[in-house]
Design a binder for this molecule. Structure first.
Ligand code: HEC
Ligand code: HEC
Length: 466
């Protein structure tokens, strides 16, 4: 208490109690305001999340980031699609051919609802209406493929049209490799399933169709026939994201250096991404949109300046792409929502009885976290390590060729949720194990587990139940 208060004691007491009262009432006001504030804040967060997810989905499905300047304007891929009869080159790509190289058709985009927007709801008639729409078209004619592109119905590909309706360019999206469809109308024709790995897609064969592969050959410092050989060796469900960095088309054993397309679901909580742990989801999104899809943006990762490990990337300055006008940067501003969208995609849930045997899976759970020692790395329920989720090839008894094509020289512990959706193409980064039985036998030998045949079978059912 100050000196004035000592002299005017009573006055001070009044002042003090008033001050206390005021303090108490502000506390009360503050408390209820805080709850309101928190509620409002929560709404802001929820509204923001919904907005980001909607925006991110749009980007994931439809944004080319301006990459048509590469796939269409430079490689002329659209000319191979429309074929000579429509002013392009060669026989063209009919819908049948498109489906045979693994492209998928969004049945909703073939049909429009009352507002003239693509149909997204299914009242049970989607299959019939989709089939009816397809019945009226010629699936052997490249003109039909062009019409599908005009309807925005080819998953992951966007056509660009001139004034007279001719296909003048083409761009690609994330959905090309990381979406499939549920085949509701026919194989390859159905509703979009974002995040699923398209293990039917022959990416190399599609790129090899491009009439002008000289820019790719020049970048890799080889001739065009060599580029074609590398691309055609990829096979279904594979792509080589490191080719444009190190120019390695083949492994030392002569097999293709391409890796499997992984799913883009179930990634929330997982620290490092890609088979070899290049970085976070958003690091990789910026990487892919700029360096693989060839969109217009900015990318920075000085690890690519290592000319011994990444000769092509270092020679072309991929580790620090030229600064561009923010107005022209079509990637950076899309990264936040794109990141959000991928983290929001849950791993699909397998159905007991259909996708796995529940009784066997229950026993397999014991093997997974018991004798198998799997849970030591694939930690439930992330199915990867919380923290720095990386291992040397030696840790899991494999060679380090692919690990050595990435900055950390390691493999990332694969998250296992939704494994049942990507059995095609095999397992591990290059699909070296054709099925889960082979994966289990590999671990059995690697870790000297001596699992019985029954334990192996149970473990497999457990893996299919994740
Ligand atoms: C041409 C096919 C292709 C396209 C297009 C593509 N990806 Fe990928 N994606 C791959 C392959 C192959 C890998 C594995 C790369 C590796 O590990 O070296 C991958 C890896 C990923 C991963 C890591 C998944 C994990 O398990 O950690 C994410 C996330 C991802 N891509 C998201 C995207 C997004 C977002 C886009 C669009 C900006 C995109 N991808 C475009 C083929 C593609
Ligand atoms: C030392 C850590 C470690 C242990 C222990 C471990 N794994 Fe793995 N697992 C990995 C790594 C790393 C990969 C990725 C390999 C690659 O990319 O080629 C992987 C990949 C896998 C895959 C392939 C996933 C895909 O998408 O292709 C399966 C399935 C798997 N493990 C199951 C198991 C089972 C079952 C056990 C126990 C018997 C087990 N793992 C034990 C680290 C481990």
């Amino acid at each position: 208490m100050n000196k004035t208060c000592l002299i005017l004691a009573s006055g001070c007491a009044v002042a003090l109690s008033l001050a206390l009262l005021a303090a108490r009432s502000t506390t009360r006001v503050y408390a209820s305001g805080d709850a309101e504030h928190q509620e409002r804040h929560a709404d802001v967060a929820l509204r923001n999340a919904a907005k980001m997810i909607t925006e991110g989905r749009e980007t994931f499905r439809f944004d080319t980031f301006g990459d048509e300047a590469f796939w269409g304007d430079t490689l002329n891929l659209h000319d191979a699609i429309k074929g000579a009869s429509l002013g392009g080159v060669g026989p063209g790509v009919s819908p049948k051919t498109a489906l045979s190289v693994g492209l998928k058709v969004d049945v909703g985009a073939l049909l429009s609802n009352a507002d003239g927007r693509p149909e997204t709801r299914d009242d049970g008639s989607l299959r019939e209406r989709g089939l009816a729409a397809l019945n009226n078209v010629d699936l052997d004619n490249p003109a039909t493929t062009v019409a599908l592109l005009r309807a925005n119905a080819v998953v992951g590909l966007t056509g660009f049209f001139d004034h007279s309706g001719g296909l003048r360019s083409i761009g690609i999206q994330c959905a090309l490799c990381h979406s499939t469809v549920d085949d509701v109308a026919a194989p390859g024709i159905g509703r979009r399933l974002d995040g699923r790995a398209n293990r039917d897609l022959k990416v190399g064969a599609i790129i090899a169709l491009a009439p002008n592969l000289t820019p790719v050959a020049d970048l890799l410092r080889v001739d065009v026939p060599t580029v074609r050989k590398v691309l055609l060796a990829w096979g279904p469900g594979k792509f080589d994201a490191e080719l444009f960095l190190d120019g390695k088309g083949f492994r030392p054993d002569g097999k293709s250096a391409a890796t499997l397309i992984p799913p883009a679901f179930g990634l929330a909580g997982v620290n490092l991404h890609t088979w070899t742990g290049w970085g976070s989801v958003t690091h990789w999104n910026a990487f892919v949109a700029n360096l693989e899809m060839h969109g217009k943006g900015r990318f920075f990762d000085p690890r690519l300046d290592n000319a011994t490990q990444f000769p092509i990337a270092a020679a072309n300055g991929f580790g620090d792409l030229p600064h561009i006008d923010p107005e022209e940067d079509r990637i950076t501003k899309k990264l936040p929502a794109l990141h959000f969208y991928q983290l929001s995609l849950p791993a699909p849930t397998p159905q007991p009885g259909k996708d796995f045997d529940p009784e066997a899976a229950k026993r397999g759970d014991e093997v997974f976290s018991g004798r198998g020692g799997c849970n030591g790395c694939h930690v439930e329920p992330l199915w990867t390590e919380p923290g720095w989720n990386m291992h040397t090839g030696q840790d899991v008894c494999i060679d380090s060729f692919q690990a050595d094509r990435a900055p950390d020289h390691r493999y990332r512990t694969s998250p296992l949720a939704g494994l049942f959706t990507h059995q095609k193409g095999g397992f591990y980064h290059d699909g070296r194990f054709q099925n889960l039985g082979e994966v289990i036998n590999h671990y059995d030998a690697c870790f000297n587990l001596n699992l019985s045949e029954q334990e192996k079978k149970d473990l497999m059912q457990y893996l299919l139940s994740l």
